[in-house]
Design a protein around this ligand. Structure first.
Ligand SMILES: [Zn+2]
Length: 150
């Protein structure tokens, strides 16, 4: 999908109806993204990344029970599974390039385990904030550049 005349921003097409016109393009887009996210739960490299970060069963300080612990790739502390997330080292949507097309999106979402890491919720939220700021900064730069060129 290189043709910018027929493909609009964010992977929806202005020249077609979604669900017989009952859905906006953005609702369709959310629907597709949600379906893809659900599929990542069954993506084998995700389990490989989890397995590699696993440090074995230890007593969970909060419950006193034995539980598998995982090491956060950032702060290096150990957490139980509910307190960690598998993170895309390279965000699915690049903060610099933004949404390119669905091929790129799917390729980045279903990446190999080398491009995945386990982060605790705190470190993951920090990384997400940094990416959000980058996205705003680059998005603003792009908008300024495109308004200058027109
Ligand atoms: Zn951490």
């Amino acid at each position: 999908m290189k043709d910018s005349e027929t493909s609009s921003v964010n992977g929806t097409r202005p020249d077609r109806n979604y669900n017989n016109g009952e859905w906006t393009p953005s609702r369709f887009r959310s629907f597709v993204i949600s379906a893809l996210r659900t599929a990542t739960r069954k993506w084998p490299p995700k389990f490989k990344a989890l397995k590699e970060a696993c440090t074995g069963r230890k007593t969970n300080k909060a419950t006193g029970k034995l539980a598998y612990h995982y090491q956060c790739a950032s702060c290096k502390k150990q957490f139980v599974q509910k307190d960690i997330q598998v993170d895309h080292i390279f965000p699915v949507v690049s903060p610099v390039d933004g949404f390119v097309d669905w091929d790129t999106y799917i390729d980045r979402m279903f990446c190999e385990k080398e491009k995945l890491q386990v982060l605790c919720k705190t470190c993951h939220s920090i990384k997400t904030q940094v990416e959000k700021k980058e996205r705003e900064r680059y998005g603003a730069t792009k908008k300024a550049a495109s308004s200058r060129s027109t």
